[in-house]
Write a protein that binds this ligand. Structure first.
Ligand code: GTP
Length: 552
């Protein structure tokens, strides 16, 4: 396929603004899928995605589109909408030259619209703003166009107004994709070079790597090398995604598709890795920011007899989601289990839900914690850890105050967009979470965008839920990493019949703990504590059915 007639683009949006619905319409209009009710949201494949109505794993589809008497190949890369998965957004973006930035014409710009805009803007992609849901009675596209001009500096004339649900103006979206988004710069005469932007695991065929070909071509039977691992594989199968796999003989420069090459673990097809032909090495493409675990939790089988089946479930799930980190762990009280690292709280919930739904596993999940750091003073400990600053992902291993110079906690910059009626309440919520306001601007007559620096620990448990409920669902929130800051941290032990259970230890901030539990050394019964709003306490009660206590 001539590169000039290829367009690689992605749809990005705040959650629920209509990406999947628009993707379905585009697929229907280009004949990739039939127009039936049953095909609603074809790109959302996982059961949890269908249930929660959110996209977790990005999917890809190649569309053929007739324009001015020519056939164009449009490669659409669907992306997840939630904060926790912005990692998936950034990797989809690097395989594209342009994006459709969907904004709900009723809700207007939301926290994630802003975050997604900057991901695309920094990658220097063509951004086509699309106002969706103009069929809604309360839609106010004029107001939203003004927001887009004010916040993103994009002239309102560039916005396309559509209803993805009814199909209104969706054809115009396809026309503008062809007109405004440049073709990829890939050249067929160059040596083969491809970017791995996603990978999934299939029980029979092994790893299926989704690739964007940046140069040359690759055929079935070719020997390819992954730059990161330096391993050589033979291509058993390749093809395009429509969105189902359609095997082809070759993939050419500019195309997006999949390869199956006998890789046995997702690790072998690292996201961001470069593939090239055996004996024709090329310079590796700049990789991605690796996924960073922000929330850690211990996972144990409810009953140790289920350990083996849980292990196999965890292994299978992590095969498909390389952003989960896994470490084996074991405890006297809870038996053998794992300490897992997730991108965020929703990521953790989705993972647990999938364990439950897809593998029927019942588990105990310990309270989520964030990766703290400690600057050690004890020479003995420094020798033991081999470094002066250690990261602690397991609160049970939290070094004692007498052995450290300083504790550090991870911080994030949070963006909140809300109707101004709720600003007062939201400001108190943030203050209660030890947040510091950085700025506050009006994005239109009634909506405010606020930036705060939060300790990550303060938002991992139920911050988002509270924000949503106090703003009747109108406020939106997104966050990004903001490094580490010194903090006064205290370890809280959980006692079972008077003895601490290591795995249940949590870390709290001095300021908070002094207020809630003023007497140090005193033992507090769990009923007077408000530590666990995550279902964690309930699970422990179920497991032990005894009077459990906390102390610090
Ligand atoms: P995530 O993948 O979870 O981020 O959501 P999404 O952005 O893909 O949103 P989705 O397509 O699932 O749409 C969210 C809701 O909005 C669904 O209930 C859709 O039916 C509805 N919706 C989408 N487009 C339109 C539209 O043009 N008009 C109206 N009235 N509703 C729409």
């Amino acid at each position: 396929f001539p590169v000039e007639r290829i367009r690689n683009f992605s749809i990005i949006a705040h959650i629920d603004h209509g990406k999947s619905t628009l993707a379905d319409r585009l697929l229907e209009m280009t004949g990739a899928i039939a127009k039936t009710e049953r095909n609603k949201q074809v790109l959302d494949k996982l059961q949890v995605e269908r249930e929660r109505g959110i996209t977790v794993k990005a999917q890809t589809a190649s569309l053929f589109y007739q324009h001015d008497g020519e056939t164009y190949l449009l490669n659409l890369i669907d992306t997840p909408g939630h904060v926790d998965f912005s990692y998936e957004v950034s990797r989809s973006i690097s395989a594209c030259q342009g994006v459709l930035l969907i904004v709900d014409a009723n809700q207007g710009i939301q926290a994630q619209t802003v975050a997604n805009f900057y991901l695309a803007f920094e990658a220097q992609l063509t951004i086509i703003p699309v106002l969706n849901k103009i069929d809604l009675k309360n839609a106010d596209p004029d107001r939203v166009e003004k927001q887009i001009e004010k916040i993103f500096d994009i002239p309102k004339e560039e916005c396309i107004r559509i209803s993805a649900k009814l199909g209104t103006n969706v054809d115009q979206v396809l026309q503008e994709v062809v007109k405004r988004i440049p073709p990829p710069t890939a050249k067929l005469e160059e040596p083969f070079k491809a970017l791995v932007f996603d990978s999934t695991f299939d029980h029979y065929r092994g790893v299926i790597a989704n690739i964007a070909v940046f140069g040359g071509q690759v055929c079935k039977g070719d020997r390819i090398v992954s730059a990161h691992m330096g391993k050589t594989y033979e291509v058993n199968e390749l093809g395009i995604l429509r969105p189902d796999e359609r095997p082809t003989e070759k993939l050419y420069a500019g195309q997006v598709g999949y390869v199956v090459a006998g890789m046995k673990e997702v690790k072998e097809a690292q996201i961001g890795d470069t593939l090239y032909l055996h004996k024709q090495p090329v310079e590796a493409l700049p990789g991605f920011k690796p996924a960073k675990s922000m929330v850690f939790a211990g996972i144990y089988p409810m009953d140790q007899s289920e350990y083996t089946s849980l292990r196999s479930a965890v292994e299978k799930l992590t095969l498909n989601d390389s952003s989960v980190t896994v470490q084996r762990d074991s405890s006297l009280a809870l038996g053998a289990g794992w300490r897992l690292g997730f991108l965020g709280l929703l990521h953790m919930e989705v993972f647990n839900q999938r364990l439950d739904q897809e593998y029927n596993a019942s588990v105990i999940v310990t309270a989520p914690t964030v990766p703290y750091k400690a600057v050690l003073s004890s020479a003995k400990l420094i020798k033991e850890y081999g470094e002066e600053v250690v990261t602690i992902v397991n609160p049970a291993q939290f070094p004692d105050k007498s052995q450290v110079v300083q504790y550090l906690e991870p911080m994030v910059t949070g963006t909140i967009i809300t109707p101004d009626d709720f600003t007062g309440k939201i400001i108190s919520l943030c203050l209660g979470r030890r947040a510091i306001q950085k700025n506050m601007v009006y994005i239109d007559d009634h909506r405010v965008m606020m930036k705060y620096v939060f300790p990550l620990n303060e938002i991992v448990v139920d911050f988002y839920d509270q924000l949503k409920s106090m703003s009747s669902g109108y406020a939106s929130f997104d966050y990004e990493d903001a490094g580490y800051e010194p903090a006064e941290l205290i370890k809280i032990d959980f006692l079972l019949n008077g003895r601490p259970v290591e795995e249940l230890t949590t870390i709290s901030h001095g300021k908070k703990i002094n207020k809630s539990y003023p007497k140090k050394g005193f033992i507090y019964s769990s009923s007077c504590l408000q530590l666990c709003k995550t279902g964690y306490e309930r699970q422990i009660w179920q497991k032990f059915k005894s009077d459990n206590c906390f102390r610090y």
